[in-house]
Design a protein around this ligand. Structure first.
Ligand SMILES: Nc1ncnc2c1ncn2[C@@H]1O[C@H](COP(=O)(O)OP(=O)(O)OP(=O)(O)O)[C@@H](O)[C@H]1O
Ligand SMILES: [Mg+2]
Length: 264
């Protein structure tokens, strides 16, 4: 009789996120033109390119904030083109914005609590019926929020209006909000833009720590020190198209990439 033997050969790794053939035009402008990207599970992957290269539009297409004209996106083994952005977030893919979107007139803590989705208390009737459960969940959420705020050094701002935060602190709050939903993949759109160098270092340290804890990242950034120090692999976009992909050192010495930057 045949016995099943465990297959110990290294398995080809399936990317956590894989997109191909993505295109989006605005009027006559092809913002993204037949672009592909892959993000390996557990990686910190970079996405770079000159201004207007289509990086943010690609994020919008990956997270379905904008519908692609063409293309396919697979996240965690499932096609996600049909899903709404909030459904994609529920599947574990969260994105942040180039200009941090925080709710200025709510406190930092309220911003954190609102980021958590699908709690029992969202539904009025279930809230009435499950009062104790709601109270318990609320307590757990608050504890989680306090712990995350402490890890990003925002504890002292917990009860301040989010509008009182500096640009860099807003970026931290956006990341902290993303962590509230325990995602698998976070897409960061220029986490270091407009942030002072000390805070940039802190942000990089947080990203490294969260990555070691199992979170995967895709990061758009113009700050090459950030990209080179954090990323395992870097994708380069120019005029909406894939220009290059490789390790940070390969990308740094790629003449086509240098030309694209110099030509802007
Ligand atoms: N909603 C829109 N309507 C019209 N054109 C748009 C829209 N969004 C982006 N574009 C255009 O698409 C192109 C790509 O823009 P995108 O913001 O994706 O570039 P980017 O690589 O993120 O640039 P940056 O590094 O400056 O943030 C640009 O020419 C931009 O003007
Ligand atoms: Mg952009």
């Amino acid at each position: 009789m045949l016995t099943e033997v465990e297959d110990r050969r290294p398995q080809p790794q399936v990317p956590l996120l894989a997109a191909s053939g993505l295109s989006k035009s605005f009027g006559g402008i092809k913002a993204v033109d037949n672009a592909a990207i892959e993000v390996a599970q557990g990686s910190i992957t970079g996405l770079i390119g000159p201004n207007g290269a289509g990086k943010t539009t690609l994020f919008n297409l990956l997270s379905n904030f904008i519908r692609p004209d063409q293309g396919r996106v697979i996240f965690d083994g499932e096609p996600i083109q049909q899903l709404q952005p909030h459904q994609i977030a529920q599947q574990g893919m969260i994105r942040t914005f180039q200009v941090a979107r925080v709710l200025s007139r709510l406190s930092v803590l309220e911003n954190m609590l609102l980021a958590a989705q699908h709690q029992t208390g969202e539904n009025f009737w279930s809230a009435c019926l499950q009062f104790r459960q709601v109270a318990k969940e609320e307590k757990q959420l608050k504890e989680r929020a306090y712990a995350i705020l402490e890890s990003v050094g925002l504890t002292h701002m917990t009860h301040e209006y989010a509008g009182a935060l500096s640009g860099g602190q807003r970026k931290l709050l956006e990341m902290a909000r993303a962590l509230m939903v325990q995602p698998k993949l976070i897409l960061l759109d220029e986490p270091a833009a407009g942030v002072n160098p000390t805070l940039i270092n802190q942000i990089c340290e947080h990203i490294t720590t969260w990555n070691r804890e199992g979170l995967t990242f895709l990061i758009i950034e113009h700050n090459m020190d950030v990209i080179m120090s954090l990323c395992d692999r870097v994708w380069v976009l120019a005029e909406g198209r894939n220009l290059a992909v490789g390790s940070p050192s390969e990308i740094q010495t790629n003449s086509e990439v240098l030309e694209a930057y110099l030509g802007q």
